[in-house]
Design a protein around this ligand. Structure first.
Ligand code: TXE
Length: 488
C-alpha cells in the first residue's frame, strides 16, 4: 500500500503544497493510507472565489445542456477507466467490504449518466392563458455556487448524488468532504477536470468541519448548501445559512423500520433483515436498524436472522467474502459499543454478537442482534450507525405503524408482505420520505430520496433532486399596448 497525499483542488488544479496535513490510517489495518491537506478559512475563500468566478463569468453555465451532458458522460467514462483505483481508495479509507465499494463506484457512474440526461432536458414552462397580450415564461436557471458538505460512510456515492446534478444544472461547486475519507472527492474532481469540466466549477477543500465546513456554510459567496451528515451538524448548517439567507438541503440521520408481516416471502425477508442492518457495516443512513416481526412468525424468523448474523464474516474489507468491515474509527466504535452496553443494561435480550472482535488491529464489531426491544430503550431510539439490530414483535398493522413512526427520524422504512393491500396501507401511513416493499436499501438514479422530521428536507437524485440545483425566474411579458392604470 502506498500513501496518497492530497492538496486542495481549486480552480482546476491541485495546490503545490499545504502548510499541514492530516493522516488517514486504514480503520481495518491501522496502516497509513492517505494524507489530506488541512485547510483554513483562507483556502475556503480561494475555493469559493474560484467557483464564484466560474459561475458568474465562465463558460459552464452558458454552455448548452447537450455540451454539459457530453462532458458529464466523459466524466463517467473516466470513472470506469479508474474503477479499481477508486474502489481501493473507498475500501482503504472507509473500511467497507470491497463488494460494496464496487457497488458505490458503479452507482456513481449511473448517477452521472442520469444527470447528463437531465442536463439535456432542463426546461421551464410557458403560460399563454393569462389574458390578451400576456405571456409568462418560467425560466429554469442554475441556482449558482453550491456548497457540498459530505460524510464518511459513502464518500464517492453521496458526493455523486449531488455533484453531477449540480453540474448538469450549470452550477459550480465547492466540496468539503469528511476529514476521514477525502481521497475520492479529490480523485473525482481531477477526473471531472480531465473530462472537460472548466476550471473553478468543481473545487475540493479538505480539513476540519468545525473550521472549513463552518466557513463554507456561512460564506457569503455561496447560494445553496447541500449537506449530508449528522442531525446535530445539520442544525449548525441551518444556523449558518441564516446569516446570508441561503437555501439548504439536509440529508440527516435515520432509524428506519424493517417490518415483516407473517405473509411475507420469509426467505427474502430474512436476507432483507440482515442486509437492512449489516450493509456498509451498518454505517448507513437508510439502515433498517429496527426490525419489527409479526408475533405469529417471530420465534422462527428471529432465530433464523440471529443464526445467519452469527455466520457473517467480519474482517479484512479487501477479502471478497467479507460481509462486515471496520468501523470508521475507534471513537465511533466506542460509541457503537456504548449502545450495545445500553441494550444489555436496559433489558433487551442479546441473541448474538455484542462485543468487539478480539485480537484485531482494526475497529471491528461483531454483528449484534437484540430481541424484545421496547420503544423506551436507547437502542430503539438512537441512530447507532453500526452492525446492531433491534427486534421488536408486533400483533397488528395499526400497532406496527405506530411503533415505526415512534421516532424523531423519517428517512426510510421497509415493509415485507405478499398482500398488496397491506403494503399500500402501511406505506401510506409511514412518516418517511422513502418506503420500500419486499426489498431493502434499493434504488435507482431516477428515484428521489428525502427525509422528513429529524431526517432533514430537500431531495437528492431524480428529477426532484436535479431541480434543487435550479430556480425559476418568472418573466411576465406584455405585448401590444397595455391598458393605463395611473396615467391620466
Ligand atoms: O457527521 P458530521 P460524522 C451520523 C451518524 C454518525 C454521526 C457522526 O450517526 O455516527 O452522524 O458522523 C462536516 N459546519 N451520520 O461525524 O459531524 C464534517 O467535516 C459545517 C449520518 O461524520 O455531521 C463532515 O464533512 N460542516 C449521516 C460532515 O460535516 C461541518 C452520514 C458530516 O459530519 C461542521 C454520516 C460544521 N460546524 C453520519 N462540523 C447520513 N445521513 O448518512 C462538521 N462538519
Amino acid at each position: 500500500m502506498s500513501t496518497r497525499q492530497y492538496t486542495h483542488f481549486i480552480n482546476g488544479r491541485f495546490d503545490g503544497d499545504a502548510a499541514s496535513y492530516v493522516d488517514r490510517k486504514s480503520p481495518a489495518s491501522g496502516e497509513l493510507v492517505a494524507r489530506f491537506a488541512t485547510g483554513d478559512v483562507a483556502d475556503m475563500d480561494r475555493a469559493v472565489a474560484a467557483a464564484r468566478a466560474a459561475f458568474d463569468h465562465g463558460p459552464w453555465p452558458r454552455m448548452s445542456g447537450m455540451e454539459r451532458a457530453e462532458v458529464l458522460n466523459k466524466f463517467a467514462d473516466l470513472i470506469r477507466k479508474n474503477f479499481d483505483r477508486l474502489v481501493r481508495i473507498e475500501v482503504e479509507e472507509v473500511g467497507k467490504p470491497i463488494r460494496f465499494a464496487r457497488g458505490d463506484i458503479e452507482g456513481s457512474v449511473g448517477l452521472i449518466r442520469y444527470a447528463a440526461s437531465l442536463a439535456m432536458q432542463m426546461s421551464g414552462s410557458t403560460y399563454t392563458n393569462l389574458g390578451a397580450n400576456k405571456t409568462a415564461l418560467l425560466m429554469r436557471e442554475p441556482v449558482g455556487v453550491v456548497a457540498l458538505i459530505t460524510p464518511w460512510n459513502f464518500p464517492a456515492l453521496i458526493l455523486m448524488q449531488k455533484v453531477p446534478f449540480a453540474l448538469a444544472a450549470g452550477c459550480a461547486v465547492v466540496v468539503k468532504p469528511s476529514e476521514f475519507t477525502s481521497g475520492s472527492a479529490f480523485e473525482l474532481a481531477a477526473l471531472a477536470a480531465e473530462a472537460g469540466v472548466p476550471n473553478g466549477v468543481f473545487n475540493v477543500v479538505s480539513g476540519k468541519g468545525s473550521v472549513i465546513g463552518q466557513s463554507l456554510a456561512e460564506h457569503p459567496g455561496v447560494d445553496f448548501i447541500s449537506f449530508t451528515g449528522s442531525t446535530r451538524i445539520g442544525q449548525n448548517v441551518i444556523e449558518a445559512s441564516a446569516k446570508n439567507i441561503v437555501k439548504t438541503s439536509l440529508e440527516l440521520g435515520g432509524k428506519s423500520a424493517n417490518i415483516v408481516f407473517a405473509d411475507a416471502d420469509l426467505d427474502a425477508a430474512v436476507d432483507g433483515a440482515l442486509m437492512g442492518v449489516f450493509f456498509n457495516n451498518g454505517e448507513c443512513c437508510v439502515s433498517g436498524s429496527r426490525l419489527f416481526v409479526q408475533s405469529s412468525i417471530a420465534e422462527e424468523f428471529v432465530r433464523r436472522v440471529s443464526e445467519s448474523a452469527a455466520l457473517l464474516k467480519v474482517g479484512n474489507p479487501f477479502d471478497e467474502d467479507t460481509d462486515i468491515g471496520a468501523m470508521i474509527d475507534s471513537k465511533h466504535m466506542s460509541t457503537v459499543m456504548g449502545f450495545v452496553e445500553s441494550g444489555v443494561s436496559e433489558g433487551a435480550k442479546l441473541l448474538t454478537g455484542g462485543s468487539a472482535v478480539e485480537n484485531s488491529a482494526g475497529n471491528f464489531v461483531q454483528p449484534t442482534v437484540f430481541d424484545h426491544v421496547t420503544p423506551q430503550m436507547t437502542i430503539f431510539k438512537e441512530e447507532i450507525f453500526g452492525p446492531v439490530l433491534s427486534v421488536t414483535r408486533f400483533e397488528t398493522l395499526d400497532e406496527v405503524v405506530a411503533l415505526a413512526n415512534d421516532s424523531i427520524y423519517g428517512l426510510s422504512n421497509y415493509v415485507w408482505s405478499k398482500n398488496i393491500d397491506t403494503v399500500m396501507t402501511v406505506a401510506s401511513r409511514l412518516k418517511s420520505g422513502w418506503v420500500q416493499a419486499n426489498t431493502v436499501i434499493d434504488g435507482a438514479p431516477q428515484l428521489p430520496l428525502a427525509g422528513v422530521k429529524g431526517s432533514g428536507f430537500g431531495y437528492e437524485m431524480g428529477q426532484a433532486g436535479f431541480e434543487e440545483f435550479t430556480q425559476i425566474k418568472t418573466l411576465f411579458i406584455h405585448t401590444g399596448s397595455r391598458q393605463p392604470v395611473f396615467a391620466k
